[in-house]
Write a protein that binds this ligand. Structure first.
Ligand SMILES: Cc1cc2nc3c(=O)[nH]c(=O)nc-3n(C[C@H](O)[C@H](O)[C@H](O)COP(=O)(O)OP(=O)(O)OC[C@H]3O[C@@H](n4cnc5c(N)ncnc54)[C@H](O)[C@@H]3O)c2cc1C
Length: 293
């Protein structure tokens, strides 16, 4: 099907994009990789009055470490993360995620920031971003603001971004030597959205206990979900098999999926627990904590 008619503007700068959003009004949308927006328009699930294309704003394609954060510009594609040695070496949680989003063709154009703005309940980046406590920067007519991911994610396909705002970047805290994460996903076939997914981001204290934990699950609720009870359970304790099992059970309890052609409610709930357990174990493995008792 063809999309409904729309106006189109190719912005040359962020200010230009903000001005175009103001000019076209609240039904205008930013066009980044187009991997979610264009299919939605073709199925007439989205009918924006105008598209403000940001692809000519070359300055938004960055991936850089600065002031204790990895900052990912709004035009950094999944493929750029998948192939960057900085990401593979310093941010394995993000490398895990970028390698399993959709398929290589989609990853060539789809952006991390676009995925967060789309906020699909089965999307991969919201899960990883919750676990690692990312922050999204929004710029609009009244200036710039930075929003914690927990506040950015509002509801299915709904975020805290206002209709006149451009999300310019997402930033992830840079890990210290005692921090590691892992993203786990099951899908029916390569390239599919998750049947269920989970991310863990763990920091060990000098005494070997878990100092800080970030645990999130995806595709099993209206949005990606933070498993706060599991985080509290883990913090201050020495990692053991039983502790991980208990925390994984909290993920399973929190999961509230709907049945569809990817699986039943029971299956998805069970998988949320299994994947959360695997993510914690893999994160600890990356920290040299293996063979748990
Ligand atoms: C076949 C297929 C399989 C897929 N499988 C997966 C999968 O397994 N896992 C997964 O996570 N995703 C999957 N996706 C979605 C894909 O990852 C998209 O790329 C991503 O969701 C959106 O990024 P985008 O840059 O293409 O955004 P777009 O499609 O351009 O935009 C998406 C939405 O975000 C808004 N937006 C985008 N950028 C900004 C910005 N900077 N500021 C404000 N608003 C903005 C747009 O207005 C729009 O509403 C799949 C897509 C396809 C087509």
């Amino acid at each position: 099907m063809f999309p409904a008619a729309f106006e189109y503007r190719r912005a040359q700068s962020i200010d230009d994009a903000i001005a175009a959003l103001a000019e076209f009004g609240e039904d205008a949308r930013i066009l980044a990789g187009g991997q979610s927006l264009i299919p939605a328009m073709r199925y007439r699930l989205a009918r924006p009055s105008a598209l403000v294309d940001i692809n000519a704003i070359g300055e938004l394609g960055y991936l850089r470490e600065r002031n204790g954060f990895l900052t990912i510009g709004a035009l950094a594609r999944d493929f750029a993360l998948e192939t960057a040695s900085l990401i593979r070496e310093r941010y394995p949680l993000l490398a895990d995620t970028s390698a399993v989003v959709a398929d290589p063709v989609v990853r060539q154009t789809g952006t991390v920031v676009g995925s967060l703005c789309h906020n699909d309940p089965a999307g991969d980046w919201p899960v990883t971003s919750l676990a690692a406590r990312a922050e999204v920067t929004l710029r609009g007519p009244n200036g710039s603001r930075t929003v914690a991911i927990d506040d950015f994610i509002v509801d299915s396909f709904t975020t805290a971004a206002g209709s006149g705002e451009v999300a310019t970047e997402v930033r992830f805290p840079s890990p210290n030597a005692r921090t590691a994460g892992s993203f786990q996903k099951i899908e029916r076939k390569v390239g599919d959205f998750a049947t269920a997914s989970a991310a863990a981001y763990l920091t060990l204290a000098p005494d070997g206990t878990i100092g800080k934990a970030g645990i999130a699950i995806g595709a099993v609720g209206p949005t990606a979900l933070r498993v706060a009870v599991a985080e509290t359970l883990l913090e201050g304790k020495k990692p053991t098999k039983e502790l991980i099992r208990e925390a994984a059970r909290e993920a399973e309890k929190l999961a509230d999926p709907t049945a569809d052609n990817r699986g039943s409610v029971e299956f998805k709930k069970a998988m949320a627990g299994v994947l959360a357990g695997r993510a914690m174990t893999a994160a600890l493995g990356r920290l040299g904590v293996g063979g748990l008792e």
